[in-house]
Ligand binder design. Structure first.
Ligand code: RNT
Ligand code: ZN
Length: 423
């Protein structure tokens, strides 16, 4: 028996004593796919318009060496990250990550421009999610895309939205896993608008045009992502939470909740149970807003723990698509992915290791003392031993070991990349 197995056996009996089956928890964890966002790998630059500016109110800061600048570099980095993460997952692509030598614009993209990604996903047993890219483009005009008062601008983006749906449909058909196509639109104003209504009406109507054609939902489903504010859109964001709650619920779309898109003390964990009653499902952008929508790497903090609990305690896994959304360019980008995905899995595991039914019973019986004492004691239970065993079982490094692999990869691959760039 390995050291990891020995520790697992001991943890297993401690959990069994409070009625928790650790083997069952690990079996469930193995089936949970995390959608790993490709854009952490290249600081949200994409391949459509090399050297272009990042617009749309989001920002990546830092210049850590080794950034991916081609689809094959990005895929190599993703592969490295996945080799350090237990389980089989999905990659979340954006339209600007086209893989083609053709000069193609956002209103011209077709499934064939993503064939390289699909072949790669097949080879590695991965799913693919998608996002139309409504930013970093000259047609992002006066801070507007789909909500623009200029019909030429709107039409460009409507065409883009329609094309993105065909690509997501193609992903779903080819890979046999539903591809979630997430719509986030940065449109807004820096200072106080006079008319908040007209842009929202234009956005609603433009989206209705984009979604006119019915597509097979086994292949693709759309989600809509709200936001409170962005850089340059501090006073007003057209696609607010209320806007997309209304839109998503009336148009049968998934609601996307990004952890950084609300008031600084407002949390998304508390929204899941309400959405579960009214929406067909959710897409999560698990992120960490440090004082604002800063998109820091996801750490094991209270909100992540609570997100895991809300999903597991309320049995929301079947209607929840879990994706990540952060971009930190001051650290090794592969490490950023690995920390974010492993933490998200660990938060789910911690929740899976709770005696949920017993705790619910105590609550119903007004036994708030036991509820508090048990949940506090649970924080010191050896979930780390269960996690380590899960990693070993799934053939990925245990504990700190993965850092060595990232460091080797940096030395042998990432740093060489930059040397070539500098020549
Ligand atoms: C921006 C949104 C959006 C983006 C990605 C790149 O505030 O969170 O999800 O981060 O689409
Ligand atoms: Zn997001």
């Amino acid at each position: 028996m390995s050291e990891v197995e020995k520790r697992y056996e001991s943890a297993k009996s401690r959990y069994a004593a409070i009625g928790v089956d650790t083997d069952a928890a690990l079996k469930k964890l193995k089936d949970i796919k995390i959608s790993m966002h490709c854009w952490q790998g290249d600081d949200v630059k994409g391949f459509l318009n090399p050297g272009g500016e990042l617009t749309g109110g989001i920002m990546a800061t830092g210049n850590y060496p080794g950034v991916a600048t081609t689809p094959s570099e990005l895929r190599a980095d993703l592969e490295k990250a996945f080799s350090l993460i237990p389980g089989k997952h999905k990659v979340n692509l954006h339209a600007m990550y086209v893989d083609t030598d053709e000069k193609v614009d956002l209103d011209e993209i077709e499934p064939k421009h993503f064939e390289g990604w699909v072949n790669w996903a097949k080879e590695h047993g991965l799913g693919l999610d998608f996002n139309p890219t409504f930013f970093s483009h000259p047609m992002f005009k006066d801070n507007y895309t789909l909500a623009s008062p200029d019909s030429a601008v709107r039409d460009f983006w409507i065409e883009h939205g329609k094309r993105s749906r065909k690509i997501a449909e193609y992903f779903g058909r080819e890979l046999g896993q539903t591809s979630i196509n997430n719509f986030w639109v940065p449109d807004g104003m820096k200072d106080n608008p006079i008319d908040r209504l007209a842009p929202r009406k234009r956005l609603m109507e433009a989206l209705d045009e984009v979604f006119e054609e019915k597509l097979n939902e086994d292949y693709t489903q759309e989600s809509v992502e709200s936001k409170l504010f962005g850089l340059g859109a501090e006073a007003y964001t057209v696609g607010s939470h209320e806007f997309y709650m209304g839109y998503g619920l009336t148009r049968d779309k998934l609601i996307c909740l990004d952890a950084g898109h609300f008031h600084p003390t407002e949390v998304i964990s508390n929204k899941l149970s309400s959405l579960a009653l009214f929406s067909k499902g959710v897409m999560l952008h698990v992120s960490r807003p440090v004082r604002w929508d800063s998109d820091h790497v996801v750490l094991m903090d209270d909100e992540l723990t609570e997100i895991g609990r809300e999903i597991v305690r309320n049995d929301l896994l079947p209607i929840t698509n879990i994706g990540l959304d952060f971009f930190d360019a001051t650290i090794n980008r592969v490490a950023a992915w690995v920390v974010g995905v492993r933490n998200t899995q660990k938060a789910l595991l911690k929740a899976l290791l709770e005696p949920t039914e017993d705790l619910k019973k105590m609550e119903l019986q007004n036994d708030f003392t036991s509820r508090m004492v048990i949940t506090e004691e649970l924080k010191d239970f050896p979930y780390g031993d269960v996690w380590n065993y899960f990693c070993e079982q799934n053939g990925v490094p245990v504990g700190l070991e993965w850092l060595n692999e990232v460091q080797d990869y940096e030395k042998n691959t990432l740093l060489k990349r930059n040397a070539i760039l500098e020549r």
